[in-house]
Every structure is written in structure tokens, then in C-alpha cells.
Design a protein around this ligand. Structure first.
Ligand SMILES: [Zn+2]
Length: 268
């Protein structure tokens, strides 16, 4: 699933290419891929709208429209948003937007879990946790979020109500960089270790954004290009391979029903 760095990479690509463009035509190929919170027809409401801005909130791609409405996209497992000159052949195309000045935006999604949603206001984002790359997300803030929590730190990092945008890959990588065992009880971490985790999380996310994200499954950016951070993964997907730091074999365990990779020697 695309996580914060992948969604951020897509958002930056879209911001460059679709900001200010007006929609001339909307083709919904798969009705269940679309959600409309407003009275009226999705296709009709979106026609003649202009995309005022493209930004990210958690793993959502958020496109405020000229009318004040908002179009959001959540890619879930296999969703893609591709900007193209002409509509490409694609059996997984769910929605296609044609711009008035030519060019298309294609929402493609093999597994059909992703959603394109037209909504009136920011209600869709209710309950989302802190953005880890915002300045307000300080070590002290993270310590407050973890205080008293009995669950494993790995699961807390994945909880979108606590820290938004972090998924399995970056939770594993940040915990490795911080030397923290993924099953450790979140509320039991010392102040120093919380600070280490805070800086590891930000560093991993920023490095991944700089590399254009991680392509381990289906992820490509808005131009259809793969990211490069998969070559920088220290533990994720490396079960049985030697730890880059100490050469012990990387282990895989299941925590909160998610495959979790860690080094049993480096992470305590
Ligand atoms: Zn190690």
C-alpha cells in the first residue's frame, strides 16, 4: 500500500501537472470506485470544475476544487493516479478525467479498494492523527501520544489516529533505525528512545520522499515511474538476509496481524 512518501511523491507530481486545470469530461468505468457525499451526480458535479490545489493529508490525495468542494483519492492497495496525454489502454481504469486543455488523469486500481470521493468539506479527514513531517510533531508530542499505551510500538505507529501516513514499511524501517524492538510496549519507551524514534521516523520518511518512494508492489508516481527507496530498505522484506549493521539474520514476526521485520540483535 502506498504510504506517506509514496502519496507525497504522487501529490508533488500532480501539483506540478494538474493544478489550475479544468475538467471537461468525467468517465466513471467502475461505479464502486467512486463516492459522492453531495446531492447530484458525480459526473455532472465534477464537469467544468477546476483543480485549485493538490495536497496530502495522511495517505489521502486531496484536491480542493474551484467551487470549494474537494475531491479526495485514497489509493489503498493498488490504486494509481496517472497523468497522460491520451487515455491509455487499461483494464483497471476506474475513473478518467479529461481536461479542457487536453490531457487526462486516470485513476487505475487493480484490486478496487481505492476510492475517489467528492465531498463538501473537511469532514472526511475526521479522526486522522498527527502529520509526522509537520513542525508541531515534536519529540514531546510523540511522547504524549505514546504515554500510557500498552500496545506494541509497531502497532501504534500504524494507527492512523495516532500518527497519520505511516504504514508497514516505514514503521519497520524507523524502528530499526531507532534500535527499538517492534513488540516493545509503546508506553514503556524512555524519553531518550522516544526522541530517537522521532528523529528516525522523520529521517526515514524524508529520505524515502527524496528517492520518490518505495516500489515493492504496485506503486508508481503520477508519471508512471517507480520509486527508488526499495534499494535502501534495511529490514523490510529482508527476512533471513543479514542485518546491514550487525550481520545477524533479519527476522519476520506477526504483530497486530501485520508482517513485521526486525533485527533481533540491533533492536531491543
Ligand atoms: Zn542487526
Amino acid at each position: 500500500m502506498p504510504e506517506l512518501p509514496e502519496v507525497e511523491t504522487i501529490v508533488r507530481g500532480l501539483a506540478r501537472t494538474v493544478t489550475g486545470r479544468r475538467i471537461a469530461e468525467v468517465r466513471v468505468e467502475t461505479p464502486r470506485s467512486v463516492v459522492n457525499d453531495l446531492p447530484g451526480d458525480f459526473t455532472e458535479l465534477l464537469r467544468d470544475e477546476a483543480i485549485a490545489e493538490v495536497r496530502r493529508r495522511a495517505k489521502f490525495i486531496v484536491m480542493p476544487l474551484a467551487s470549494g468542494r474537494t475531491l479526495t483519492v485514497h489509493l489503498r492497495m493498488t490504486g494509481r493516479l496517472i497523468v497522460e496525454r491520451a487515455p491509455a489502454e487499461d483494464p483497471y481504469a476506474r475513473v478518467r478525467l479529461r481536461f479542457r486543455d487536453g490531457g487526462w488523469l486516470r485513476f487505475s486500481d487493480m484490486r478496487k479498494f481505492g476510492r475517489m470521493r467528492l465531498t463538501a468539506n473537511g469532514q472526511w479527514a475526521a479522526g486522522l492523527g498527527d502529520e509526522p513531517l509537520e513542525l508541531s510533531f515534536t519529540p514531546r508530542r510523540l511522547a504524549n501520544l505514546l504515554a500510557g499505551r500498552r500496545g506494541p510500538i509497531k502497532s501504534l505507529l500504524l494507527d492512523q489516529r495516532v500518527v497519520a501516513g505511516v504504514g508497514n514499511i516505514y514503521a519497520c524501517e524507523a524502528l530499526f533505525q531507532a534500535g527499538i524492538h517492534p513488540a516493545r510496549r509503546a508506553g514503556s519507551l524512555s524519553r531518550v528512545r522516544v526522541e530517537r524514534l522521532h528523529s528516525a521516523l522523520i529521517r526515514v520518511l524524508e529520505e524515502a520522499i527524496a528517492k520518490g518512494g518505495t516500489s515493492v508492489e504496485h506503486y508508481v508516481d503520477a508519471e508512471g515511474l517507480e520509486g527508488g527507496f526499495q534499494n535502501n530498505l534495511a529490514v523490510y522484506g529482508r527476512e533471513g538476509l543479514s542485518c546491514l549493521r550487525c550481520h545477524a539474520p533479519v527476522k519476520r514476526v506477526t504483530i497486530g496481524q501485520r508482517g513485521t521485520f526486525y533485527c533481533p540483535r540491533c533492536q531491543r
